[in-house]
Design a binder for this molecule. Structure first.
Ligand SMILES: O=C(O)C(=O)C[C@@H](O)CO
Ligand SMILES: [Mg+2]
Length: 390
């Protein structure tokens, strides 16, 4: 079997989107207060879809959501020529070829996202070729079903926040994640508003629900150090991405000082990036995203390393490229689930592009033992709402 062709397309959502709200979530842009749209880095309305076809007609589907219009030429001009003609089962050699040939500029960020898209497609091909779901190639079923946490609860008026949390509770979720809307530039008043958010959700859900909290790289060590003691009473399961991903020392400091576990990793790349985080004891929970970190090949290596450190892996985002890894690894206890909604930030765009993603039942999702590959197909249901860039 040989790889015959690689087709990359950018799907840009042109349909209706929820009106952007200020303070939807803290973000790294907040430090530049007053200098433009602070939520601009929190919007994913384009997606790259990569179809790798073999000489016997199997098509594997990969994807990435970081800077798709940059990922596309990386795939077309740099990666596809390396990969075409290879045996898709030589996935490690292909990964090393893509990584080493772009090492000067691609080992982190968009280069690795582009590599991820091709790698995910190769695993889809391998599963389809042997008639097995991808998780069966990675270690098989380690769970009857995957517990998932509802991940939305963006910062919003407290009554609507309470109603959203109640909805997840009624749907059977026992875990949910909220986003803080304020940070250092908003002073004591903003800190109180953040505390009001988690107090509201805890009051709605009671004591038997895990609440995760997230501030999307929008805080500083100083701010986190001041607010963490005030959050402890609400017993959050983790505080996610408190500081910039490059501030590994800040992560390590907070993790040593914080009564609340610190999570991160969705903006880290490759096995080496996560070795750095683990050696620095920077995170209590690893959260790579398979369509960023280096694909399934890199993610599985990180899973092995994380298991040796006994640091659990809970990938960023749901989506099949992450679910298969969680199903196949005991050290991946649960998954994130983005509720299906109108397009807002864009995490939910996956549902408008693909068919096959499992929907939760009473807080669990499951994967079939009988659907080969990733188990997704391209959807044409919403095609009219996308501009497709070939
Ligand atoms: O879901 C998360 O963990 C996030 O950081 C949200 C990000 O994907 C933008 O919505
Ligand atoms: Mg996050």
């Amino acid at each position: 079997m040989k790889i015959k062709s690689i087709r990359s397309r950018v799907y840009r959502w042109t349909g209706p989107t929820a009106a952007p709200r200020s303070n939807l979530s803290a973000s790294a842009m907040d430090a530049l207060s007053g200098l433009g749209d602070s939520m601009s880095s929190f919007r994913f309305h384009e997606w790259l879809i990569c179809e790798v076809e073999t000489d016997d007609g199997i098509v594997g589907i990969g994807n990435c959501a970081l800077a798709p219009r940059i990922a596309k030429p990386i795939i077309d001009a740099y990666l596809a020529p390396l990969v075409i003609g290879c045996d898709p089962f030589d996935v490690e050699a292909i990964w090393q070829k893509m990584y080493r040939s772009t090492i000067a500029w691609g080992r982190k960020g968009i280069g690795m996202a582009a590599i991820s898209a091709i790698d995910i497609a190769l695993w889809d091909i391998m599963g389809k070729a042997v008639g097995k779901p991808v998780f069966k190639l990675l270690g098989g079923r380690t769970k009857e079903a995957i517990p998932v946490y509802a991940s939305k609860l963006y910062s919003q008026p407290l009554d609507s926040l309470a109603a959203e949390a109640k909805r997840y509770l009624d749907e059977g979720f026992t875990m949910m994640k909220l986003r803080f809307g304020w940070g250092p530039r908003d002073g004591a008043a903003g800190m109180r508003k953040n505390i009001d958010l988690i107090r509201t959700v805890r009051e709605v859900v009671g004591d038997d629900v895990d609440i995760m909290i997230e501030c999307y790289m929008g805080w500083t060590v100083d701010y986190a150090e001041r607010i963490l003691p005030r959050l402890e009473e609400f017993r959050p399961r983790w505080l996610e991405e408190p500081v910039l991903p490059d501030d590994i020392a800040g992560y390590s400091f907070l993790r040593r000082k914080s009564p609340i576990p610190i999570s991160g990793g969705e903006h880290e790349f490759t096995l080496f990036g996560f070795k750095q985080l683990l050696d620095a004891e920077a995170v209590s929970v690893i959260q790579y995203d398979t369509n960023r970190v280096g694909g399934i090949t890199a993610a599985q290596k990180i899973n092995m390393l994380a298991e040796a450190y006994q640091v659990p892996v809970i990938p960023h985002a749901g989506q099949m490229h992450n679910y298969h890894l969680t199903m196949a690894n005991l050290n991946c206890p649960i998954s994130e689930f983005f509720p299906v909604n109108e397009v807002e930030v864009g995490n939910e765009l996956f549902y408008y592009l693909f068919e096959g993603d499992p929907l939760p039942e009473r807080g669990f999702i499951n994967l079939s033992d009988d659907v080969p590959g990733l188990g997704i197909t391209l959807s044409d249901k919403h095609l009219a709402s996308f501009e497709v860039i070939e």
